[in-house]
Design a protein around this ligand. Structure first.
Ligand code: SAH
Ligand code: SF4
Length: 344
């Protein structure tokens, strides 16, 4: 029998699985607590389980789904984790301490099929979806690696891949991560960033309403379609209608991410068009000065141009933040994540 990756299961699925191997249902809750609340490193540590059951777990399951290959720490405290998957492919997660918060940015796919023109992950193409276990284990194993006293407060699906293109695994991983018997991350502490897969966005709102970030990056269809081919499938009118319908917790807003590319989308008139597009939407805007990588055709605008763009949005009564680029010295900033083989 193949060994199962135990972190692929939600608590409910784990109950079905323990019954399928002839154990009592309540064992699932015990296992779940060991795996996610206590975060044991081996079944031996689970002394409330019989020796027989521990041996069965040892030979029948994989507790770890990914293996830490390398950690790099940036001058600003950001850490980039490189993980090896069971088939030898690699993905990255980025830990961003920003007291009192500490955010972990996780990956949902190896590569990405959506091919946005400003994104290194897009440039490497799509390799495969991550499994639930591979997503969840980025969080578990980063927790093992934290300094004592620190803890992860927020999770963002903003690493490699388009999370809504791997919908089922992402939603099930959120179920595992938010389970009160385990790591108990509240949905309010989890943010999913999407390039705008509209049908899945509507499902997400109904099935797993986490915070939403939309990669906007252009104020009109013409420009957005050249930068983000997905816009041809789901143009702005459709995307904005889905945003208006997305269920938001009280006082929550949708974050609209906007990369600033010099001379392409950073003119003050374009800021006014962005404001027009967001009228009536509970929105805040996150400006991300483009993070360059070798071979990319775009340039990061000067601080003066970034401020001028921000000013124009502020004048239109929008809440705007400029995302400080973290970890750029170790290629951990937004859009700089790619598998090793793709050119680090
Ligand atoms: N696929 C999802 C989530 C991963 S990308 C999405 O596109 O939203 C996370 C964020 O980084 C997105 O807003 C993305 O547009 C942005 N990004 C990609 N490449 C970048 C770059 N070179 N510089 C700055 N931000 C970039
Ligand atoms: Fe994929 Fe997001 Fe990169 Fe676009 S920006 S290619 S959707 S990871």
């Amino acid at each position: 029998m193949d060994r199962v990756f135990i972190k692929n299961y939600t608590l409910k699925e784990l109950e079905a699985w323990v019954e399928s191997i002839g154990e009592r249902r309540f064992r699932a809750r015990q296992l779940f607590c060991h795996i996610y609340a206590r975060r044991v490193r081996s079944w031996e540590e689970c002394s409330d389980l019989s020796k027989m059951f521990r041996v069965q777990m040892e030979y029948g399951t994989h507790l770890d789904a990914i293996r830490l290959m390398e950690v790099r720490e940036s001058g600003d405290g950001t850490r980039k984790y490189l993980w090896e998957l069971p088939d030898g492919l690699t993905v990255e997660s980025v830990l961003i301490p920003d007291a009192p918060r500490c955010t972990l940015c996780i990956s949902s796919q190896v590569g990405c099929a959506l091919g946005c023109k400003f994104c290194l992950t897009g440039a490497m193409g799509f390799k495969r979806d991550l499994t639930v276990a591979e997503i969840v284990d980025q969080v578990c194993q980063t927790m093992h690696h934290l300094d004592s006293g620190s803890r992860i407060t927020n999770l963002v699906f903003m690493g490699m891949g388009e999370p809504l293109a791997n919908y089922d695994a992402v939603v099930r991983s959120i179920q595992v991560l938010s389970d009160p018997e385990g790591m108990a991350f509240s949905h309010r502490k989890i943010t999913l960033s999407t390039a705008g897969l509209v049908p899945q966005l509507a499902r997400l709102g109904k099935e797993s309403p986490v915070n939403l970030a939309i990669s906007l990056h252009a104020p009109n269809d013409e420009l957005r379609s050249t930068l983000m081919p997905v816009n041809r499938r789901h143009p702005l009118a459709e995307l904005m209608a889905a945003c208006r319908k997305y269920p938001l917790a009280p006082r929550k807003r949708i974050t609209f991410e906007y990369i600033l590319l010099e001379g392409v989308n950073d003119e003050p008139e374009q800021a006014r068009d962005v404001a027009g597009l967001l009228r009536g939407v509970k929105a805040k805007v996150n400006l991300i000065p483009f993070n360059p990588y070798p071979g990319s055709p775009f340039k990061q605008p000067s601080e003066r141009r970034v401020s001028a763009f921000q000013e124009a949005l502020l004048r239109a009564q929008l809440t705007v933040m400029v995302r400080q680029s973290r970890g750029a010295d170790i290629s951990a900033a937004c859009g700089q994540l790619a598998a090793r083989a793709a050119g680090e």
